[in-house]
Design a protein around this ligand. Sequence first.
Ligand code: PBG
Length: 353
Amino acid sequence: MTLHELETRNRLSSTLAPGASAGVVHRPRRLRANPAIRAMVRETELNARDFIYPLFVRHGTGRTAIGSMPGVYQLSVAEAVREAEAAAKSGVSAVILFGIPKEKDPIGLENFAEDGIVQQAIRAIKKEIPEMVVVTDVCLCEYTDHGHCGILNTGEHFHAGLPEGYVLNDPTLDVLAKVAISHAECGADIVAPSGMMDGMVAFIREGLDGAGYENLPIMSYAVKYASSFYGPFRDAAEGAPKFGDRKSHQMDPANVREALREAALDVQEGADMLMVKPALAYLDVIRVVKDAYPELPMAAYNVSGEYSMIKAAAANGWVDEVKITLEMLTSIKRAGADVIITYHAVDAAKWLK
Ligand code: PBG
């Protein structure tokens, strides 16, 4: 339309009597007229039951604030129980546990120790709040002294064909299966392997089945990117790599076709639920994976960096925390997530009431 035509049209429409129709046929605004109509046609509805609330558990007593994650704490076992109770009261029905061990070593022995911190927390939460779904993160990085997600190519494990310090895949699988079985023995409801090792779902499945836990579901971090959005988490869980990065096992943020391959392998290996992580910058990935496997429940991890960016902006008065958080969580669900792991879980559940 030329500028002249536009001006002519505007002049015409401005001459319409108030309330008179300009002959517009399609008016989507009809269904936005008031809150009741908008609610009636709303396609996506958030619910407290959609959320999984992450808890960081450490030895000792009390709680320690995490500087880069306002409102999130490292918790003693007793405090973790208290936090899980608060979650239950707000309507949140699941937590995911991360442990900070007393001591770290090359393979992370506390990760599968009977009296390990996560093991204690699982038992305590299941005892006090049996109906709470307890999910556990199964990975090595918070437990190893080098901060990597697996056994490194060095010392007795050295494999001449691979670079020094490379995260070894198959030796790591043994440890992951031990960790999953140990969590199962304490009463975990779901295990969530997050290490992005090849074959980890099949190996863990076989280990669980062999130990008599064939009914324990695996929620696989199937599509996990090598993302800078994990920055604050590495403070919280004290699991930053001491050297290098995670790019030899976590996915390249540039890839989406590869997400389908990762998801296909995990489905084939017996994953009961799939996860995409992070969430906000990867909504397209959530959608593609959901469309490929509509029959499987899909989780998305609204990660630490996504949380802390909102907290920082809200603290400055630049955004409205309540509105922007609910909008973001709704978008993650709209993209295809059935379940959202989020540090905002308890707050969001309260805001929804
Ligand atoms: C690995 C793990 C990480 C997160 C969850 N599980 C860290 C990583 O892969 O580096 C990050 C979660 C977040 O950023 O909120 N155990």
